[in-house]
Design a protein around this ligand. Structure first.
Ligand SMILES: Nc1nc2c(c(=O)[nH]1)N[C@H]1C(S)=C(S)[C@@H](COP(=O)(O)OP(=O)(O)OC[C@H]3O[C@@H](n4cnc5c(=O)[nH]c(N)nc54)[C@H](O)[C@@H]3O)O[C@H]1N2
Ligand SMILES: Nc1nc2c(c(=O)[nH]1)N[C@H]1C(S)=C(S)[C@@H](COP(=O)(O)OP(=O)(O)OC[C@H]3O[C@@H](n4cnc5c(=O)[nH]c(N)nc54)[C@H](O)[C@@H]3O)O[C@H]1N2
Ligand SMILES: [Mo]
Length: 767
């Protein structure tokens, strides 16, 4: 058989032309509006782009395909209910540039792999189904019927359904997600890894075990009523810009903000609200009152130090700090938790987190004098080995203060993808809980598999070992989003068949199995016309509100299918089931959801109410687990680094959405026109004998394997000594596939121990 030419696993390692400016100290304002208008009008056109922006996040409009931050329950801004990065998401999706058979007949996968991630995305929307046959280097068009037949035949030839992996990214609507997990379980496996495994899985585990629900407890209105917001490991100015409006409102109502972050992020410092004229004119609201520049993964020690201090205050004046009534009536495990805190040394905790004792005392004072507290967090907490414990420690703080299950208080894990939370609610989960299996069995008369399937990292290992042979991706970019790029590439290449259901070209279309299929789908902003008429879909935001979304743009090609239609076609070709009626009218999918998933009563009716409806939440209502929330006694992680070792976090720039690179700037951090940078403390640069903008290579050694990335430029930055920051996905080859958070399995992409080598040095002890 003809052999396919090798395809590079990594994006090209070439430089742009780096400019370094002073980091900004306020986010948004007129520049953000100008950027939004410029990017949408240049990439989509004024008419098509303007039409979408006006509908974005309005009650009868389309849900922004960017982040999962909720929309206001009451009035929505007439100046536009979107942010700069939402506009970029729209520009990326609503472009009228297309690529299909003609494009792919001119460019082999090897040639395309020489493009940067940014350039891949700029080629346009995928416009027709494509196949890459065994040994071939060029995709060519294929009919929908043939494509799904290949999938059905290949799946049915497997020795076991567990040899197939069905990944989901978090943009998929509730309707598509429900149908997808149904098909996968009818096929006979729970191999349903999703992007959540790499994202908020640690939050889900920690919150389920302590509060009884793996989701946050607050609503947007709680931000209006709170006294104090504690934000850890999150960069809302870039990743959840509309959160800044909520923070601004909270400040106007008198709330205080404490932020813990190794970097001084502009969006946490102050905000010029572009939805207000004053903001457009440059006036800014200061946000953070106390900024704690914690070391990477120092949060558990930081939280413990704060609670150590609170315990001292409580001991001095019993009942003045702890909510003893709440603790007594609504919690378990308090005594053991207090013993744990008592056994710690305050100075050692301060040392461990890198924050001055004085500031920790200030934090404790602020917490003591502000009864209602919300704790927010994102990837800065979830992507470490001890992530689940850190989040449990944050819950301990809420419980001590009785700051949960009442207005203005609670937990707020800020979710990533716009429907990642909804996908999980719909049953996209490798650990199929019993009730899901029972309800599916009743509704659809089959026996769903009960043993857990593979999560993302387990799926990579299974494909690498040849135990899984078919990969289907419902959205996302598995190749570039997962850790250990070279290892994950080999895993995908080991497959007999890889299938990507996608809107835009990415590297997962280039690093493929023996046969590869690209199935182009409608995007959220597109009109979804089925035989029963125009369809709407539903999504769930970060605060558990389920609401509708309707696309309003003419699709760029008549060969695109909706995600539910694609799942139904694959299910028909594989299992012989006929779901045509479900595809013709998504109300009928929602009728099934209503009967299978709790909390969706009168789904079709309530979905059509303006703003949608809230799902029940036991942490919000105070029911917890049989009425009790649980304190946890968790340990501070011990890390001992050699002087030449650093802890590296991989973060997002202002111009990307995960692996989709919108542009080359990280404006707020003052890094312009370059992504191959490593942010480093100036003292460390000096100590190591490096110079700013020197080109270096980075290595990580884990369990006897040394991994390397080449060509990064050093940028001096205000970051704790011993810590580094790089962008993802460029640094993903350094993240060891088996370095995952305990209990949640999340790759530790914010805690990679690395060495920095000048380009002349050889890597030591490579195996
Ligand atoms: N525009 C845009 N919006 C997005 C995304 C995007 O890529 N672009 N991605 C979406 C997705 S899927 C997600 S999950 C979210 C991600 O949203 P974030 O979690 O805000 O994203 P990251 O860039 O990973 O940022 C982590 C932040 O945590 C800090 N940090 C890193 N390590 C630590 C630590 O150990 N402790 C503390 N205290 N802080 C730390 C970093 O300095 C940074 O400010 O955003 C969503 N929204
Ligand atoms: N090192 C490191 N790695 C990380 C992270 C990190 O912080 N550091 N973050 C992790 C996190 S939080 C996440 S969530 C994952 C993200 O992992 P993924 O969700 O897998 O990655 P994305 O880059 O969001 O996926 C983008 C692709 O989705 C497709 N797409 C876009 N819209 C649609 C749609 O409507 N339908 C369909 N079918 N396809 C669509 C497009 O083809 C696009 O190229 O990455 C993780 N990886
Ligand atoms: Mo995420």
């Amino acid at each position: 058989m003809k052999k396919r030419k090798p395809v590079p696993f990594r994006a090209p390692e070439k430089f742009e032309s780096l400019q370094v400016k002073r980091p900004e100290t306020k986010a948004a304002g007129a520049t953000a509006v100008a950027k939004a208008v410029q990017i949408v009008s240049s990439r989509v056109g004024i008419l098509r782009g303007g039409k979408t922006l006006m509908k974005l996040n309005q009650v009868d409009g389309v849900d922004c395909p960017g982040c999962a931050w909720p929309d206001p329950d009451d009035e929505r801004s007439g100046l536009g209910e979107y942010c700069e990065n939402g506009a970029k998401a729209i520009a990326e999706e609503a472009t009228t540039k297309t690529i299909g058979g003609a494009f792919f007949s001119q460019h082999s996968i090897q040639e395309l792999s020489l493009l940067s991630d940014y350039e891949l995305g700029q080629q346009g929307r995928l416009s027709e189904p494509l196949i890459l046959e065994p040994g071939e280097d060029y995709y060519r068009p294929i009919s929908w019927d043939k494509a799904v037949q290949i999938i059905g035949d290949t799946l049915n030839q497997l020795e076991s359904p567990n040899q197939a992996v069905f990944y989901t990214s978090g943009r998929t609507s509730n309707e598509a997600a429900f149908l997808y997990q149904l098909f996968v379980r009818m096929f006979g496996t729970n191999n349903l890894p999703d992007c959540s495994n790499m994202c908020h899985e640690s939050s889900g585990v920690a919150l389920s075990e302590t509060l009884g629900v793996g989701k946050g407890s607050v609503t947007l209105d709680d931000f209006n009523q709170t006294d104090l917001i504690f934000i850890l490991g999150q960069n809302p100015g870039t990743n959840h810009p509309r959160m800044l409006t909520a923070l601004e409102k909270a400040k106007k109502n008198g709330a205080k903000i404490i932020s813990a972050n190794p970097l001084a992020e502009a969006g946490l410092i102050s905000f010029s609200n572009p939805q207000k004229v004053a903001g457009l004119l440059g006036s800014a609201t200061p946000l953070t009152d106390l900024y704690l520049q914690v070391k990477v993964n120092g949060d558990l020690a930081l939280l413990k130090a704060v609670m150590h201090r609170l315990l001292v205050m409580e001991t001095q004046a019993p009942g003045s700090v702890f909510d003893l009534e709440f603790i007594q009536n609504k919690t378990l495990g308090f005594e053991e938790f207090v013993e744990g805190i008592k056994s710690e040394d305050f100075e050692a905790l301060c040392d461990s987190c890198g924050v001055e004792a004085e500031e920790i005392i200030q934090a404790a004072e602020l917490i003591k004098s502000h009864p209602k507290m919300i704790i927010c967090w994102a990837m800065g907490l979830t992507q470490h080995e001890n992530a689940v414990d850190t989040i449990k420690e944050a819950v301990n703080l809420l419980l001590l203060r009785g700051s949960i299950a009442k207005p203005g208080a609670g937990s707020c894990p800020v979710r990533g993808h716009s429907n990642v939370q909804g996908d999980r609610t719909m049953g996209i989960w490798e650990k199929s809980p019993e009730w899901v299996a029972d309800n599916l069995a009743k509704e659809f008369s089959f026996s769903p598999p009960t043993e857990p399937g593979y999560d993302t990292v387990q799926a990579i290992n299974a494909m690498h070992q040849g135990m899984a042979k078919v990969f289907v991706g419902m959205g996302g970019n598995f190749h570039s989003a997962t850790p250990d790029t070279d290892f994950s590439s080999q895993a995908l290449q080991n497959c007999k068949l890889t299938v990507q259901i996608s809107t835009k070209l990415n590297r997962s279309h280039l690093v493929t199995g023996e046969t590869a299929l690209i199935l182009p789908c409608l995007a959220r902003t597109d009109i979804d016309l089925q035989s029963g008429g125009k369809q709407l879909v539903s999504v769930e935001n970060s605060m558990g509100v389920v609401h509708q979304s309707r696309g309003s743009l003419e699709p760029v090609s008549d060969r695109l299918k909706s995600e539910p239609a694609i799942v139904a076609a694959i299910a028909k070709a594989t299992l012989g089931v006929n779901w045509d009626h479900l595809v013709s009218n998504y109300d009928m999918i929602r009728d099934h959801i209503e009967r299978v998933i709790p909390g969706f009563d009168d789904y079709n009716e309530r979905l059509r109410q303006p703003g949608g409806f809230y799902l029940p939440n036991v942490a919000r209502s105070g029911e917890f687990m049989q009425g009790k929330a649980r304190f946890s006694n968790v340990q501070v992680p011990q890390s001992k680094l050699e002087p030449h070792q650093f802890v590296m976090m991989t973060i997002r720039s202002h111009d990307q959405f995960n692996t989709t690179v919108y542009g080359k700037d990280d404006r707020y951090r003052g890094i312009i026109n370059e992504r191959r940078v490593v942010l480093m403390n100036p003292d460390d640069i000096k100590r190591m004998g490096f110079k700013q903008q020197q080109v270096v290579n980075l290595t990580s050694s884990y369990q006897g394997v040394t991994r390397e990335v080449r060509n990064f430029k050093i940028v001096p930055y205000s970051i704790p000594r011993g810590n580094l920051a790089t962008y993802f996905p460029e640094a993903n080859p350094l993240v060891p596939v088996d370095l995952v958070a305990r209990k949640s399995g999340t790759p530790c992409s914010k805690s990679v121990v690395v060495q920095i080598l000048s380009t002349k040095e050889q890597i030591t002890n490579k195996l």
